[in-house]
Ligand binder design. Structure first.
Ligand code: SF4
Ligand code: SF4
Length: 923
């Protein structure tokens, strides 16, 4: 099809795309935006990875290896330390030795740096650390974003500057580096983890002359002159006594008091250079506003979107953005508020149990009490967005709804349903984004390159057109077969929308089964275009969709297109890598760029992305793009529904009540709708839930040929997912199509090797290890990978029958042999570890040998993610309800955590022994 067909298929056209290439613009994510500034202004960079800040360190490391120089023509020394505490120590040392020094971190990593931050601030040492703010682990770990980590820094003496967007992550990074030099107060520059750190957006780049104007080299030299130096020795870090410690702390006051003015001066200089205006507190809205929201970080984007909605044009409302959070500039804050304000809602992206209110709320209350002329406005506090919980314009509306009630509640929560303490505000989700914004959603798998292709698409549109582009990527936490959802926006106007796409103009499902497993169709706006990657022809596709999906497509009048991207990828020698094929189809179905121009840009980026991997890879990708457009076909949507199957429920009705109520909702992508009362209060979840999540991600599964099998059990031993199993059963217990073979045991016993087809990842490790070859058929083994479509129904039934067969009595098994151990029931099954994982077979074996009496202290890392990540977890129980009890503490203390468990077990055992000894005479 041609690019001009786009208009005919329902994609709205926005103002004509002008092809420009402005070197002053960059399309990058928040981490890269901040890291570019930090790198340019550092001599030493001490790093330690922690999500979501890791890319900043990785960028710095890569640039140093590529011999990129900093502003002073030197290559910064980038050193990876053994922990965040180590990185902070190295930063402290490098600073005192006179180097411009930085680091990057988040969450617990930041907390490990706290002792050094007190020191660095106490010694009035200019420095900036950049933080992708993330939840601190409490009842559970979360890698997602909120301000609970940075709020732990507010009392250290560090100045704190908050960025709300990718553009600001760059701009305010520079302001922080400039202001620390003029004030000698170190800065923490932070932005929201994932929402800003990982959002890809088109921004205006910094001009080197801007950096020259902002950074005073004389101050850099002054810092070097303050360095520890044997030519002019001083002593730092003394131990002080009650007589002088207090006074010495107070001696630093003038430096902290000077920070707000210095920051504003740096912002003013920045504006003079770039035209982009920042203030300590930025107010937007009606000059005579009566109701104002105060917040900081990426939530500002959603609040501004709401503010700009037509229905707010004449409302007396406004939004105040906090940029300099510490020191909190009371007078500047009060002056930034309209004098007409009657009530203020302060939103905190953190929770501080037991306090009067969250930190920003208490700051605002105190500031108004101190500096407001006359009776201060009413202030209410709201918690929102914990762990990257969505914060949307309708939620902003709900907060203003609370503010304008006759008696607003003092404390509220936003974005959840709190049916326990009743704090939440009710949200009407109706929201219309500007018609000029093209919104696209892509549902893919972690392994198929969907996210990479979409990042590339954002960059192509950002650099080849005058449109603004934004990409945000949501991952589920499985390591194998994980679903990714790419949220893309393209607009002629700057994009501030810091929330997910709810009503897309274009939806692509890069793997057909995801249509049933996701909310792809729910998020399509009426009349949207739907692109499906499927092996079915355009004529045949319809009958392969579930009744529910057919109905939704008809009701929403979606324009459906199909392409067999897998076949094209396989044909060009890139089996499984469908990214560039589907990327070409996206451009063909939208009017973002002329198709020929887009295809040329894709090929150009293929060259730069894969060039290092050789001409063959480049040629294959280009061949895939060339085939894509010819294979793209429109599907006729019948007016009437035709016979189809119903979508299977996410979990079967026999699943436990908790799984039906809570786990199933999370699996359906409706976890956001679960009320507070649905969740365990202390983070304790039932085990054994992975068996209810049927993912069916393998394209091929192992099929057993019992005639060749030598009963070695190796296939079951090595399977990373416990998806192929061995059992011995009495002949009379066998039924249906389940396959078996004679067993060298009591008369009538038979051995079975059975695959769990919906849980297999298709890694093929079991087939590789199988030693039994056919003597007649070349390459035929006792198990062989075969297309899942040919076997799914039968093997599903067989696995159900297999599960019903009795488990072996472990006391009769020879657990020291492979075969014997594999007859024991695994109590670790169907994990979301990577396909072919080399670690999980050991955990499975451990669970077979000791699982019914294990208490596990799991170190943080891969195993804590595939072992303990919601929605479903693999540690499970036997028929007696016994199985491993599992817990994870922190990254840095697992040995001690496990030792504590051991000490407790020993202590309780000793006590039991003592009690038994005492009771023995009477027994
Ligand atoms: S293909 Fe991989 S996941 Fe599937 S049964 Fe074999 S080893 Fe297990
Ligand atoms: S590895 Fe092969 S021979 Fe051994 S039990 Fe499995 S299927 Fe049979």
């Amino acid at each position: 099809m041609s690019g001009s067909d786009a208009a005919a298929v329902g994609i709205r056209t926005s103002p004509a795309a002008i092809t420009i290439r402005d070197p002053a613009e960059l399309t990058l994510d928040g981490n890269e935006a901040a890291a570019r500034v930090a790198y340019a202004l550092s001599d030493v960079i001490a790093i330690y990875p922690i999500t979501p800040a890791s890319p900043m360190g990785e960028f710095a490391d890569t640039w140093a290896q590529g011999e990129r120089t900093n502003r002073w023509g030197a290559i910064p020394r980038v050193i990876e330390m053994q922990s965040e505490g180590g990185a902070a120590g190295a930063v402290h040392g490098a600073l005192l030795a006179g180097a411009q020094t930085t680091t990057f971190t988040a969450s617990q990593g930041l907390l490990l740096m706290l002792p050094n931050l007190y020191k660095i601030a106490g010694e009035l040492t200019p420095a900036v650390i950049h933080v992708a703010a993330r939840s601190v682990a409490t009842h559970a770990l979360s890698i997602f974003g909120d301000h609970s980590d940075v709020m732990a820094v507010r009392q250290t003496g560090m100045a704190m500057l908050a960025s709300a967007s990718v553009q600001e992550a760059q701009d305010l990074a520079l302001v922080a580096h400039a202001a620390t030099l003029t004030t000698s107060v170190p800065f923490l520059h932070f932005f929201d983890g994932f929402r800003t750190s990982h959002e890809v957006a088109k921004i205006t780049a910094l001009n080197p002359s801007t950096i020259d104007a902002m950074i005073d080299d004389e101050l850099v030299r002054a810092q070097r002159r303050r360095a520890l130096d044997p030519n002019q020795p001083v002593l730092r870090g003394s131990a002080q006594n009650p007589d002088v410690f207090f006074q010495a702390r107070e001696a630093a006051n003038p430096f902290h008091m000077a920070v707000p003015k210095a920051v504003q001066r740096a912002m003013d200089t920045f504006e003079a250079q770039t035209g982009r205006r920042y203030n300590l507190f930025d107010y937007r809205g009606a000059p005579d506003a009566e109701h104002v929201m105060v917040l900081m970080g990426s939530g500002v984007g959603a609040a501004h979107d709401w503010l700009c909605a037509p229905h707010n044009k004449d409302r007396k409302v406004g939004v105040l953005t906090v940029r300099l959070y510490r020191p909190f500039a009371t007078q500047a804050f009060v002056e930034a508020l309209p004098s007409t304000v009657q009530s203020v809602a302060v939103l905190d992206r953190t929770k501080e149990p037991g306090s009067v209110g969250e930190p920003l709320y208490t700051d605002v209350v105190a500031a108004l009490a101190e500096a407001w002329e006359g009776p201060p406005p009413l202030v209410i506090g709201g918690r929102y967005g914990l762990s990257s919980k969505e914060f949307t314009p309708p939620m902003v509306e709900a907060v203003f709804g609370e503010l304008t009630r006759a008696k607003p509640r003092r404390h509220i929560t936003v974005g959840i349903t709190d049916d326990v303490t009743g704090l939440s505000v009710t949200v009407d989700p109706t929201w219309n984004e500007p018609e000029t914004t093209l919104r696209a959603l892509f549902y893919g798998l972690g392994s198929d390159g969907t996210v990479g292709a979409n990042k590339n698409t954002v960059k192509i549109v950002g650099s080849h057109t005058d449109r603004y582009a934004q990409g945000y990527f949501v991952y589920d936490s499985k390591k194998s077969g994980s679903m990714t959802v790419s949220h893309l926006r393209f607009s002629p106007d700057p994009i501030e929308s810091t929330y997910l796409v709810a009503a897309a103009d274009f939806v692509a499902c890069h793997r057909l089964p995801l249509l049933d497993r996701s909310d792809a169709l729910e998020r399509a706006r009426p009349g949207a275009t739907l692109l499906l990657n499927a092996s079915h022809s355009a004529d045949d596709l319809w009958r392969h969709l579930s009744t529910e999906n057919q109905r939704m497509i008809q009701q929403k009048d979606l324009a459906v297109w199909v392409v067999d991207a897998d076949a094209i990828a396989a044909d060009v020698g890139l089996a499984g890598r469908t990214n560039t094929v589907l990327q070409a189809c996206f451009f063909a179905l939208t009017d973002l760029m002329e198709t020929t121009e887009a295809v040329a840009a894709i090929k150009q980026s293929i060259q730069s992305t894969y060039g290092k991997r050789g001409a063959m890879i480049v040629d294959r990708n280009i061949a895939g793009v060339d085939q894509a457009l010819d294979a793209l076909c429109r599907v006729e949507v019948p007016a009437e529904n035709i016979l189809a199957t119903h979508a299977a429920p996410r979990v079967p009705s026999i699943a436990p009540a908790f799984v039906q109520r809570v786990t199933a909702s999370i699996l359906e992508g409706k976890g956001n709708l679960l009320p507070v009362s649905a969740l365990p209060v202390d983070g304790a979840f039932p085990t054994g839930t992975s068996k209810w999540e049927k993912r069916t991600i393998a394209s091929e599964i192992p099929i057993w040929d019992p005639d060749i099998c030598i009963d070695c059990g190796r296939c079951a031993l090595v399977c990373p997912h416990a998806a192929i199993r061995m059992k011995v059963a009495s002949e009379r217990d066998l039924s249906g199509t389940i396959k078996s073979k004679p067993w060298k045991g009591p008369e009538g016993e038979r051995m079975i090797i059975q695959v769990a087809p919906d849980d297999c990842t298709g890694c093929g490790v079991c087939v590789e290890i199988c030693p039994a070859h056919s003597k007649t058929a070349v390459k035929h083994k006792s198990i062989n990978m075969e297309p899942i479509g040919d076997h799914l129904d039968e093997e599903r039934t067989n696995f159900d029958l297999f599960r019903m067969l009795p488990e072996a009595d472990r006391t009769t098994l020879k657990l020291t042999s492979i075969k014997g151990s594999q007859l024991a029931q695994p109590l670790f099954e169907f994990s979301g570890a990577c396909a072919g994982c080399g670690e999980t077979p050991y955990l499975k074996l451990l669970s077979q040998l000791f699982g019914d009496r294990s208490v596990i202290a799991n170190a943080t890392g891969c195993s804590s993610i595939y072992g303990g990540n919601l929605p479903t977890t693999p540690w499970t129980t036997n028929d007696d309800g016994r199985g491993p009890a599992w817990a994870n503490s922190l990254f840095e203390d697992n040995a001690e955590f496990g030792l504590g468990m051991r000490l407790a077990a020993d202590s309780l055992e000793n006590r039991a022994r003592a009690l038994l000894t005492r009771l023995a005479p009477s027994l």
